[in-house]
Design a protein around this ligand. Structure first.
Ligand code: PDD
Length: 298
């Protein structure tokens, strides 16, 4: 079956799907995106992703290409046409195509692309049972990591370093020695006295949809939550560490830079949170947080 992409109002086989050579997403990374999980053929936490997309667009003054409902329909239709049951949909909106000039061009319409694919979760499930390795890398990204732009070169370099070290993820460390987040995930630890710690929202991290959902689920479980920065030293002294993202769900991190976290095995809290997050995704995000409230800060 040939895969189908949505491009600016049309559903096209990949061979015919194309964007303009002067698209600003291509030339300036002047574009934002979302990756949404698909479970049972339906999107997980779709509203959260669309609210965050609108926030990213507004922050960069890229025109919203269509209403939230219309975008949700495009996503659902792209999933349907590609017969995705368990997988992801990728949505990208650029400022548009125009003659190359740094300042915003007048009168351009945003370019919208959506692609969807099935993903075999067997490998991720096996990794979650074993736990994964992380390495640390300096955070060399720009100052607005809260906006989900396609300017992902620093993240790609960090992920490549992780891959070459045989690790799953790179934890990015800011100039003051605090962990910001993973190259494509949010970073968490469980301290020796049982508190769940993750960096507060701000310009230094992406406000993950999975982070928000897990935060809310952990609160409902009665876990003690602390939104504050933590260092690598604190992470290595922690009982557990894990990452959250659309593609990893909740993934236990059992070593950092080759040193074990806790007893070196996947932790109980991460295991429990992964199980309840899976139930949350299977319900497509029922009982979700108030998404509008998740991204207004700061
Ligand atoms: N990455 N932080 C960064 C830098 C990310 O790129 C991502 C997601 C997250 C987690 O966000 P969410 O829970 O909304 O997926 C945190 C996506 C999956 C990607 O680039 O593929």
């Amino acid at each position: 079956m040939s895969r189908i992409a949505y491009v600016n109002g049309r559903y096209l086989p990949y061979a015919q799907a194309a964007v303009h050579v002067e698209d600003r997403g291509f030339q300036f990374a002047d574009a934002v995106y979302e990756v949404v999980a698909v479970v049972g053929g339906r999107l997980v936490d779709a509203e959260g992703h669309l609210v965050r997309l609108e926030r990213s667009l507004d922050e960069l003054r890229i025109l919203r290409p269509m209403s939230r409902t219309a975008l949700a329909m495009v996503l659902a239709e792209t999933v349907r046409r590609n017969r995705v049951q368990t997988g992801h949909i990728y949505l990208q909106v650029s400022r548009g195509a125009a003659r190359r000039e740094f300042a915003f061009p007048a009168g351009v319409s945003p370019t919208v692309v959506a692609i969807a694919r099935n993903v075999d979760m067997t490998k991720a499930d096996a990794s979650a049972r074993r736990g994964v390795a992380a390495i640390s890398q300096p955070d060399i990204r720009w100052g607005r990591c809260d906006i989900k732009t396609v300017g992902l070169l620093a993240a790609a370099l960090a992920k490549q370093a992780a891959k070459e070290a045989g690790a799953y993820e790179a934890w990015l460390v800011d100039r003051d020695g605090f962990v910001t987040e993973g190259s494509s995930s949010n970073a968490w630890i469980v301290t020796a006295d049982g508190a769940l710690v993750t960096r507060p929202l701000g310009h230094a991290i992406l406000g993950g949809i999975t982070r928000s959902a897990v935060f809310e689920l952990a609160r409902q479980e009665g876990l003690r939550l602390e939104e504050r920065p933590f260092t690598l030293t604190e992470a290595l002294a922690a009982r557990e560490a894990f990452v959250t993202s659309t593609s990893s769900y909740v993934m236990p991190v059992t070593s950092i830079d080759g040193k074990p976290v806790g007893n070196g095995g996947p932790g109980l809290v991460a295991g429990r949170l992964r199980a309840i997050y899976e139930a949350h995704s299977a319900s497509h995000g029922a009982g979700r947080p108030d998404w509008q409230a998740q991204f207004l800060a700061p």
